[in-house]
Design a protein around this ligand. Sequence first.
Ligand code: PLP
Length: 448
Amino acid sequence: MNNQQMMQRDLAHLWHPCTQMSDHERYPLIPIKRGDGVYLEDFDGKRYIDAISSWWTNILGHGNPEIRDAIKDQLDQIEHVIFAGFSHQPAVELGEKLAALTPGNLNKCFFGENGSSAIEIALKMSFHYWRNAGKTDKTKFVALKNGYHGETLGALAVGDVALFKETYAPLLMEAMLVDSPDCYFREAGESWQQYTERQFVAMEKMLAERHGEIAAVILEPLVQCATGMRMYHPVYLKLLREACDRYGVHLIADEIAVGFGRTGTMFACNQADITPDFLCLSKALTSGFLPLSAVMTSDAVFNAFYDSYESMRGFLHSHSYTGNPLACRSACATIDLLLRDNWLEKNQRTQQLLRHALEDLQDHPNVAELRQTGMIIALEVVKDKASKTPFDWRERRGLRMYQHAQQHGALIRPIGSVVYLMPPYVVSDEQIATLTEIIRTGLPLMVQ
Ligand SMILES: *Cc1c(COP(=O)(O)O)cnc(C)c1O
């Protein structure tokens, strides 16, 4: 089998996510045969550095032998078992590890199968908590503009991606959107912190006016990833935590993309020293080995559901594969390795390397901003730098970088015209040099 043959068999039956399928008449689909560390290898034997960690999941490398062995060991014991009325060791251990690792008093863990289902769970739990507390008016959710929380209907409703929202609008509950602290739009001379604080005024106003009907505020701490790696200062989280407490509103932190060290701390919330009421985790939770998500919450939330069966206060949510043992086992192995091998500390150096390798591109006439939070670095490529005028989205300039990278042995998948690197933590200095060179040589193709 070669790439061409595999592609043809694929296209006969498979429908891919986030893809206009007709694109594959022109742009080849790449069938991957195996992975090794940061490398993916296709059926023609060509290798690619996975510079986006396979959609931000794979932090410790493809085929990581220790995670692989943990899963193999688990496979010899129990592959899956119903999680209602039954339990198993990997879930128990993962619950313990997550309770210890996450900030503050997040002591209870509810599993889902992917990021979107974690969001659905958190939204339902928040609403149901208030209902159990007799506050039946609290049915609404506040979210940030330009946010992304997944693509099932509840998650889509609290997100703000224009294309999705417009298309599916008639199906969605109405969320209350507030201006984002996204520091790309700060004034010249204004610091991230100043701009972020200024942007909080809109949130404060929303909460002051409508807290009686608001169950929770949901946001992506520090980086709005899916909408172009837009970043803000941690002070927003501090102010928001304080305001949520003051107004009796839950705070849902969607750390699905940024959890487990991506922003430089174990969780982005750590940088503001806050504890959300709900913390949603997925993606890097299993280092990209198996689908799994978790919603962490407090004993106080848990206790609001804890009553006799007939009280009908119990939480109503289930997925067939809830708490899958293989997935939980891969998550336990991921957390063990993250801590044992001091990845957060090692990443400090990698973050510096990334910045040094790309820093001078700030001065490029088509780069409006180079920004970085931890192990995420992004270039905002624009038509006009002074006015921050973007290229027309129909020109699909990001695709030029994608193809250029592909030819030169890397998976770099810009979001619109935002070029970013979000590599596995195991990336080497040499691989960083290769990736940043590809960006350098690809940039002229994007802007010409
Ligand atoms: C990816 C993502 C989701 C959705 O997770 P899926 O597993 O793709 O459903 C939700 N929130 C954020 C911030 C994400 O990056």
